[in-house]
Write a protein that binds this ligand. Structure first.
Ligand SMILES: *Cc1c(COP(=O)(O)O)cnc(C)c1O
Length: 412
């Protein structure tokens, strides 16, 4: 059961019940993905931190907590939602970049470990919390990722402290009497070939050897999923074997044998359990190009516009529409936002689509809803969870027009 495949009947039922567009998640697949990563390596001292920015729905977070994962946070807002989902401070890791003293204090006061990613932020942390415990994010100069925009570990990104500043890091730690409890990295998002990742991990272990007595080493997330139908799955077994080997080698040399290995995947956990359902409201031809007009604008799913991403689309035929299994058409699937770039899929070959059909956009569970917006004053969609018995449950309400007016200063 790799991906969430909804039946036509269920899709139409959900859309009539909760409205369109609609995010739908499958609980079983979500739990399966959590377990796969929990079992990635056999070390006792191994933890999975879910990188919550991929999907911060409260109910999704609760399930992930039940499965035994910890979480990363990128902002105080994420910390607040994670606390609501029941994560205790020791299970939250605040990986910030370029934040104010107030934002750092927000985590420090709660007893949440902070990871800083520059010398200046390390110095700031030391000034506001001398004698405290801290983690530092390094950038060993190796990046992975499907797109320049999500490559976070290379030499040309804003993230991390470069390797050659280790001496400066040590000086600042001493100056503020800080204890370095962990080091971390994140090389980028969506790798499908584990080799480069392992190379980056080795680099981080080299940096780790420069610091005695670390409690943990966090090697980052970025585990890819096959968005394209012909893409090969990431070989987790092989990756697990390789990780086990390089970490064992590292442990033999390192002073603290109890040091914990951590990974921080986001997408891998939540992408495939989620679909986005939308409705086809018009079809037309413009100067030789066929357009399928839907309510799936980039206000609802931004990845195709932001990263030129591919999402598989399944056509769910309305019972009254003709089904022609032989014929396919090449179409542009577009949304209802007033922007030329509002294209979900360009030049895509799909079965013949009629008005009233539904589209199921696959692998929409990660960086889907969380990136949605009110652009064009459109309402964010509802989110629904389908449990293991096939029962559906609303886990976030669809917005209402009052939500659009909420922050204005309304006179009479
Ligand atoms: C986004 C992010 C992740 C998760 O990336 P995925 O590609 O979703 O696995 C992990 N760590 C950090 C620091 C991140 O910013």
């Amino acid at each position: 059961m790799a991906k969430f495949m909804i039946t036509e009947e269920k899709a139409f039922e959900l859309v009539s019940k909760y409205g369109s567009p609609l995010y739908v998640y499958d609980e079983e697949i979500l739990r399966e993905r959590c377990r796969e990563l929990i079992n990635l390596v056999a070390f006792e001292n191994y933890r999975v931190n879910y990188s919550a920015k991929a999907n911060t729905n409260l109910e999704i977070l609760k399930i992930i907590r039940e499965e035994g994962l910890d979480v990363d946070a990128m902002s105080p807002g994420e910390i607040i939602i994670e606390e609501k989902a029941g994560f205790s401070p020791d299970r939250i890791f605040y990986i910030c970049n370029n934040v104010s003293a107030e934002e750092m204090m927000f985590a420090i006061e709660r007893g949440i470990t902070v990871s800083v990613d520059s010398l200046s932020q390390l110095d700031l942390f030391g000034r506001i919390n001398p004698g405290g415990e801290i983690a530092v994010r390094f950038n060993p100069g190796v990046g992975v990722g499907h797109h320049e925009m999500v490559n976070t570990g290379g030499r040309k990104t804003k993230f991390g402290v470069e390797k050659s500043f280790i001496t400066e890091v040590k000086k600042l730690l001493t100056k503020h009497r800080l204890t370095l409890v962990g080091i971390n990295q994140h090389m980028g998002s969506l790798f499908l070939d584990g080799q480069k990742y392992i190379e980056g991990v080795r680099n981080l272990f080299e940096i780790a050897k420069e610091f005695e007595g670390l409690d943990y080493i966090d090697i980052g997330g970025g585990f890819g999923i096959p968005y394209q139908p012909d893409e090969k799955r990431l070989d987790l077994e092989e990756l697990g074997r390789n990780l086990t080997q390089v970490f064992s080698e590292f442990l033999e040399e390192y002073g603290n044998k109890d040091v914990i290995l951590k990974v921080e995947p986001g997408r891998y956990i939540v992408a495939e359990c989620g679909i986005l359902l939308g409705t086809v409201y018009s079809t037309k031809e413009n100067y030789g190009i066929k357009y399928v007009g839907t309510d799936l604008g980039f206000n609802v799913l931004m990845r195709p516009v932001l990263y030129d991403s591919y999402h598989e689309i399944r056509v769910l035929k309305h019972p009254d529409n003709p089904v022609d299994n032989e014929r396919k058409e090449t179409v542009n699937v577009v949304g209802n936002i007033c922007e030329t770039g509002d294209i979900l899929a360009k030049g895509r070959e799909l079965p013949v689509i009629n008005e009233g059909d539904l589209l199921s956009v696959m692998d929409a569970g990660a960086y889907g809803f969380v990136m949605s917006s009110n652009y064009n004053c459109r309402l964010r969609p509802a989110e629904v969870l389908v449990d293991r018995k096939g029962n559906d449950r609303l886990i976030r309400k669809r917005e209402i027009y009052d939500d659009l007016l909420r922050h204005f200063i309304l006179g009479d």
